[in-house]
Design a protein around this ligand. Structure first.
Ligand code: GLN
Length: 306
């Protein structure tokens, strides 16, 4: 059993430590709407397997979850397609930036994993197979609202529009995938859906609650237990792109980052953790968010590597 008083003290200590740090990384500006984020914001929330939610800092302020949405669309795709998905996307770390184009041509249009942009675009294409974009987005919203048990989770259309205006690398990836026969829908249709999924907004409290389906060992699971295991494995090996090895080394937990500065981490059987600080490191992962996850895992003894 987790000692709640101790956990709250640890969370408050992390917020205090973060407040003392002035070098907070760079806020993403390639999506114009994201550049307005305040680098001073910092929130952390933990949703325990036992049901309690503890939080500290700006944990109730909504932010753009961006690539963390790829965890939810992967869960949907695995539920719908099962192993058939792996014919179109791999399960290996890429060793390259999240938006790299290089590997895709070299490897004949099969993205390395579902968390790099090319792989996530294929996953979104796969769940669009028998549905309209608005149906897929409605299903995604249903999924996260049910997972978080919170109906007040929304997609920020301004952020989606902002990325649609500047998302030239993603457009290049989608067209390359189409040229190589690994996109069934038109690039515009897939990207329109992808930009909207990335524009989902949640607070740390909502995100920590939405991540509970990955803790495992729950009776009323949203997804099959073997998919919980598999998604966690992919988060550990690929969730931080070319920073995944470093994150595993420092934190020792499966986790997924987003360029909005959020990180969703899972302490299997114990807790789902969300942390948010908009400043990013060189790999596009939250700088203080990584530090916070490291402090939390260390102080609570939660690393899966003990
Ligand atoms: N929407 C962003 C993009 O495609 C997501 C990237 C991220 O969060 N790493 O560039």
């Amino acid at each position: 059993m987790t000692n709640l008083t101790e956990l709250q003290r640890v969370l408050d200590g992390i917020v205090a430590a973060a407040a003392r740090i002035s070098d907070r990384g760079e806020v993403a500006d390639y999506i114009p709407e994201l550049s307005a984020a305040d680098p001073a914001m910092f929130g952390i929330a933990v949703s325990l397997a036992s049901g309690e939610v503890l939080a500290a800092g700006d944990a109730r302020t909504a932010f753009s979850i961006q690539s963390i949405s790829k965890v939810f669309t992967l869960a949907m795709a695995l539920g719908r397609l099962g192993d058939g998905l792996w014919r179109r996307v791999g399960r290996e770390p890429s060793g390259l930036a999240f938006n790299s184009i290089l590997q895709l041509e070299q490897e004949n249009g099969r993205p390395r994993n579902p968390f790099v942009n090319a792989g996530a675009i294929v996953v979104t294409d796969a769940i669009l197979a028998a549905s309209e974009p608005r149906e897929v987005l409605a299903e995604l919203l249903r999924f996260v609202r049910e997972a978080a048990e919170d109906g007040d989770i929304h997609i920020n259309k301004e952020v989606a529009r902002s990325e649609a205006g500047t998302g030239h690398r993603n457009r290049a990836l989608a067209h390359m995938l189409k040229a190589q026969g690994n996109l069934h829908n038109t690039p515009d249709r897939v990207l329109g859906t992808y930009f909207h999924q990335c524009a989902l907004e949640m607070s740390c409290v909502q995100l920590a609650r939405a991540g509970r389906f990955l803790i495992g060992g729950r009776e009323a699971a949203l997804i099959a237990p073997y998919n919980v295991r598999r998604i966690n494995a992919l988060m550990m090996t690929c969730g931080h792109y070319d920073g995944s090895g470093d994150f595993a080394y420092r934190v020792g937990l499966p986790a997924k980052s987003g360029v909005g500065g959020g990180i969703l981490a899972v302490a299997p059987r114990r807790a789902s953790i969300a942390v948010w600080s908009p400043g990013l490191n060189a790999h596009g992962n939250s700088k203080l968010g990584t530090m916070a996850a490291e402090m939390l895992a260390d102080r609570m003894g939660w690393s899966v590597f003990s």
